[in-house]
Design a protein around this ligand. Sequence first.
Ligand code: COA
Length: 385
Amino acid sequence: MTDYQPGLEGVPATKSNISFLDGKQGILTYRGYRIVDLAENSTYEETAYLLLDGELPAVAQLARFDTQLREHRRVKYNIRDIMKSLPVTGHPMEMLQTAVASLGMFYPNNVPVQIRSPGDESEQYVHGQSIRILARMATLVAMWQQMRIGNDPVRPRNDLSYAANFLYMFFNAEPDPLVARIMDTCFILHAEHTINASTFAAMVTGSTLAMPSYVISAAIGTLAGPLHGGANERVITMLEEIGKPENAKVWLENKLAAKETIWGMGHREYKVKDPRATLLQKLMRELADSQGTVSPLFETALALEEACEESLAPKGIYPNVDFYSGILYREIGIPPDQFTSIFAIARTAGWLAHWREQVSANRIFRPTQVYTGYDPRDYLPAAGR
Ligand code: COA
């Protein structure tokens, strides 16, 4: 047996052919395709198909998949009623976990979720559920944005792409084509990332043959933490605290002296700059060029990255995906507490791909432990303790 590794660092927990990352060279691929190529040439719908199915779709296959996604955007009124009863002060990730968990109650089934042969009843079920859940994730996040400010949710539009419809429902306004393309690219960049904490949570839950609403709600809860997807929201608070680029260096020195975490920096796997951070930074630049102005937050982030270059880069700590995504979302007008929900929408494609892979060759996860407690000892009645 191997030694105990805190955080399971370096311990392979599965075999997977969904994505690959080389943390020394900063390479990330989905099903063998470089993330940079997908970001430049693909769409979220096509990338989701690739992740779920294993191959890029032919024209007719993509058209069918896209149509199915569009057809399943609406959710039942009962789900909306549940959401209505939630406090508007709650975090959108809590709403999302609740709403996704409740989907299972409104769409019950008794199909086994263990795939034994390609095309069997279980595989068809997994495929069908994947489309339904993926289609509804964006709807739920956008519905809540309107509902929590006292409006009725905006009805999804079938004539818009996944990303454009999300923006339309979220803001109740026609999306700008550049912003829709940026959102689409952000969805692609966040869609999958090997066996990270939330994906692992999805796999562990899936390995018990639980229904997909349990699988995805477990993953949502895991993504919410600040060491994982919740970091993007904290990056904005951090940049606002720094205030202006000139303050970045001293602010960083003080934080590091106090042994505090710099949000959006560092990664278990990457020892160079996360390739997704580089691509998001490029998108931020593109947006700034189109607006003819550079946001103060972006300038502060650039100054902070430069300051980190001196103190953290020698330890292999560089910007990760969350460093620039929040600034981009903020510029688009998305409130910071919705950043992680957007990450969740995108990552659902990866979670579902891993769920399918898990239940196609399943064995329940049941690791062991290094016990550090007492040897067996005698029970003492309360009066004698
Ligand atoms: N700020 C300051 N120091 C950091 C750091 C950060 N963001 N990330 C790592 N470090 C330091 C640790 O303090 C530790 O230093 P030490 O060896 O002197 O004790 C060392 O780097 C190793 O860090 P560790 O926490 O053991 O790495 P990990 O692989 O367990 O954790 C993260 C990885 C992502 C959780 C961690 O880098 C982090 O907390 N980052 C900030 C949160 C974040 O942005 N998360 C999103 C990830 S996509």
